[in-house]
Design a protein around this ligand. Structure first.
Ligand code: C2E
Ligand code: CA
Ligand code: CA
Ligand code: CA
Length: 265
């Protein structure tokens, strides 16, 4: 029995060792990805519901590894955060988005920023430097932050968001409704726009709870004077609902998929 136990333990240890090894390799590949130019941005259009015109693009990070293929952000962003690589990767995203989108006149570009970036010592300084270096018009840059990115340290996050606003850039609350104490966050932080999470948008044509939640967020936006963008719009039914409820902007497969710059322009 003792020997068996040890065998199981050894097996377990080997499996753990294998997992740790895979994780180290993944992290190494992620580190190399910047040097080897394996990242690129895909841009998804955002449209005005009223006019149908494109108002801006959300920049979405893509990683194409020679052997792993296309790795989804959901699979590598968490590792980038745990390893600290998110700072270098995030700076690359910001710089690339400003460089690439400067050619597209008058349209906004929205860049996703992780909690660690918001809480890092000089994130606003990075934004300022990238704007100066690329000559990207500050009022066309939008920084997307989630509620969970704010709760770690309210004062620090508030300072950073105010600094970004002082540069002339905009700040959007992403994934609204999926975090917690959303209402106080809207009051506390200087947001320019609210993005309704796609989990709510998906449900508008499925049940009255889904419709009620989206209506409530639209009402909140109106009350606070903040434009509301609904994300993850996939069907005509969802779009028609948002149109009827006077949602300001929409984004989703129904309007356009994320595409590399060459296909956007
Ligand atoms: P997110 O910020 O909520 O981005 C929207 C996600 O929804 C994107 O997934 C987009 O491709 C997807 N999407 C757009 N329209 C539809 C639709 O109609 N239906 C469905 N089912 N999905 C739709 P993606 O590109 O895989 O990104 C996932 C998440 O990874 C993003 O969620 C964001 O949190 C994070 N992410 C992406 N790029 C960056 C980045 O540059 N920096 C950081 N920190 N996070 C990023
Ligand atoms: Ca986003
Ligand atoms: Ca989102
Ligand atoms: Ca639906």
């Amino acid at each position: 029995a003792k020997a068996d136990g040890r065998g199981v333990y050894r097996f377990f240890q080997a499996a753990m060792g294998e997992k740790a090894r895979e994780r180290r390799l993944f992290e190494r590949d992620l580190r190399l990805a910047l040097e080897r130019n394996e990242f690129y941005l895909a841009y998804q259009p955002q449209k005005s519901v009223r006019t149908g015109a494109v108002t801006g693009f959300e920049a979405l990070l893509r990683w194409r590894h020679p052997l792993r293929g296309e790795v989804a952000p959901a699979d590598f962003i968490p590792i980038a955060e745990e390893s600290g690589l998110i700072h270098a990767i995030g700076a690359w995203v910001l710089r690339c988005a400003c460089r690439e989108m400067i050619a597209i006149n008058d349209l906004r570009v929205a860049v996703n920023v992780s909690a660690l970036q918001i809480h890092s010592a000089n994130f606003a300084g990075l934004v300022r430097d990238v704007l100066a270096e690329t000559r990207f018009p500050p009022d066309r840059l939008e920084i997307e932050v989630t509620e969970t990115a704010l709760i770690r340290d309210f004062d620090r996050a508030l300072t950073t968001l105010r600094q970004i606003k002082a540069l002339g850039a905009q700040v959007t609350m992403d994934d609204f409704g999926t975090g917690y104490s959303s209402l106080s966050h809207l009051k506390m932080f200087p947001f320019d726009r609210i993005k309704i999470d796609r989990s709510f948008v998906r449900a508008v044509d499925q049940n009255y709870q889904g419709a009620a939640i989206v209506r409530a967020v639209l009402g909140l936006g109106r009350g606070l004077g903040l434009p509301v963008l609904a994300e993850g719009v996939e069907t005509a039914e969802e779009f028609n609902f948002l149109d009827a409820e006077a949602c300001d902007e929409v984004q989703g497969y129904f309007l356009g998929r994320p595409e590399p710059l060459a296909l956007v322009t």
